[in-house]
Design a protein around this ligand. Sequence first.
Ligand code: ADP
Ligand code: ZN
Ligand code: ZN
Length: 734
Amino acid sequence: MNTASILRVATNAPLSRLFDYLAPTDTAVAPGCRVRVQFGRQTQIGLVMEVANQSELPISKLRSVTEVIDTSPLLAASDLWLVKFTSDYYHHPIGEVVAAALPALLRQGRPLQDVVQRLSLTKAGLQTEPAQLSKRAKRQAELLTLIQGFDDPTFTTLDEAMPGWRRLKKSLLDKALVVEITTIDSGRDKNSLTVAEQESGPPLNSDQSEALASIRRVDGFRTTLLDGVTGSGKTEVYLRLMADEIAAGRQVLVLVPEIGLTPQLVRRFERRLGFEPVVLHSGLSDSERLSAWRGAREGSAQLIVGTRSAIFVPMRTPGLIIVDEEHDASLKQQEGLRYSARDLAVARAKKLNVPVILGSATPSLETLQRCREGAYEIAELPIRAGNAVPPLMRLIDLTRFDAQDGLSEPVVKAITKNIDSNGQVLIYLNRRGFAPTLICGGCGVVAECTRCDSRMTVHATSGLLKCHHCGAQRNVDAVCGECGSHCRPLGHGTERLEDALQNRFPGESISRIDSDSTRLKGTMNKALAMATSGETRILVGTQMLSKGHHFPNLTLVVVINADQGLFSTDFRGAERLAQSLVQVAGRSGREERQGEVIIQTAFPEHPFWNEMFGGGYSKVASNALLEREKAVWPPFSRIALVRASATRREDAHEFLQHALKLTQQAAIADVRVLGPVGAPMERKAGRYRAQLLLQSRDRHSLHRLLAILRHSLEGDKAARRVRWSLDVDPIELF
Ligand code: ADP
Ligand code: ZN
Ligand code: ZN
């Protein structure tokens, strides 16, 4: 037996296993360091996951690592644990989990510490008048002036201020007017910024104090659901908990579902805590991301606020994890590594032995059930904080009132009344674009996407038909390709609603907020600021506008159409609909004036409305839990999907038939396998999609089967013609 030091490396391969390499003899390499390795015919950057002293392969067959990139580990043991846990739980290739956990620049092999180069003036440089330089050296003089105007400018600053300056550098160096200095940017400057004035918060009400006390009662790991109606002051409770941890020198990680929610929340944290939180989200540049990541790793970032991928950020002194809007679907990644940031937050907190708070006004049924079972604690904030009272809700029967341009008469009246009394109105329609499709007035044919089983949406501003599933676009047809008759838009999207409102309420300031109107950087913040100040009188928007925002003047919310949700084929349909209605309703009447919510439906007799108006979200949730228990759906069982797609339908189905056979051979009792079936929208972007559903009351049985499946399917010939993936705890069944 050889006692050489073996590095077990996660490489960038779609495989679950680690690969063994020999460690260099002259440097010690610890788990968590990056190494460059020869992988097949390529050189790759891998992460050392384990150091061992033996390999399953003969030592003579092992290659040595080409280069050791880090002298000390990037990831500590508990961070590596999270990577390993994620790979195991989601049955996903470990190298791809590492990729999710490391910022792009580190994946590319850049050093952790950024080297910063600057030019600094010498004594001569300080004293030399640029005009004294030779007349032929005009550009040099210009550069000298520039440097004299800055305090040791970095090369990046100079790049921006004077493109082409680098060619002149040598001359100034030769004349001994400047020197080059190289420093290491440790990222420590992150978070040292303090804001001028620290605001104090309102005194807590008794529900808040009780919630806070109950959370503080336990040291170490515990999961608490903070179940508080919208505007009940959950954020105030977070703020007290954060302040505790920060004062004790520990770090706090806050996960939020969407980037749209962050600016307001981050400013609030900042004003109250007195320093700038470190923010991690997809809108950052690579170097901003690295800098934030580094601050978190070193512990200088005391508060980290991020979207789902921030769950992987390393922390030196973790003290608390908060998941805000824990029910939100965007906390689950829906492609590639399909992880739930909420579920990983609980697992990570347990490993770190720190508390985790899940906050929501509409908790997921999974979380509610865990509370019922006693696995999670629950703290409730049943009433709105301050003087705000819950909004009045009413239903408008669209079979009794005509809805011109989507707006029924009672809705128009209510909007008028609200505006006349200086209120603000939010109109919610979860459909962007002008109209959901284009129809021919002659033969009735509708515009379909050629690559998906779906219709093209009409976008009036750009004059294009767009497919929201694959991104395909083409010009709006004026006449029908089949019969030559005129085509017209069918149905309503936010653009059309905005037009209609503009016509009905001329002169009012109307603003549309959806992913089309906020595509340009900064437009979202500007629109939100105008809405918050009350300058905008009517807001039209998709779900982007429905969550988390606090618009003080908003007194009326109109839901244009809730009916899509009533007839959803997904077992989560009722839960989702109730959540989105409660969230959007929660924007109304958050301060002094009572709010109003009007929902239009063509199905007022649907039993859902009885539950919703009779007992609110908790009634919908407890009924849905009863139904799920009967049908053995989650949270009363665990499910997973094997998804496959291919350019030919048969290939996807054949592959899943093969997977089905594997599950039969594995012969694990108590796992039910359903399918394969085509997805309801079977064709997307030219590929046919199908899936196999695995379901079990026993998590361990399900995971045993998934492990067998992944192992057999990796490298399987049958997999060559398809793209396949496993989705553990899927939240969309299709
Ligand atoms: P949530 O996070 O539950 O939506 P917030 O913490 O944002 O609720 O509180 C909603 C509003 O009520 C905010 O304007 C907040 O400043 C205010 N608020 C919260 N707690 C109190 C309190 N104890 N007394 C007075 N106002 C409060
Ligand atoms: Zn036609
Ligand atoms: Zn398409």
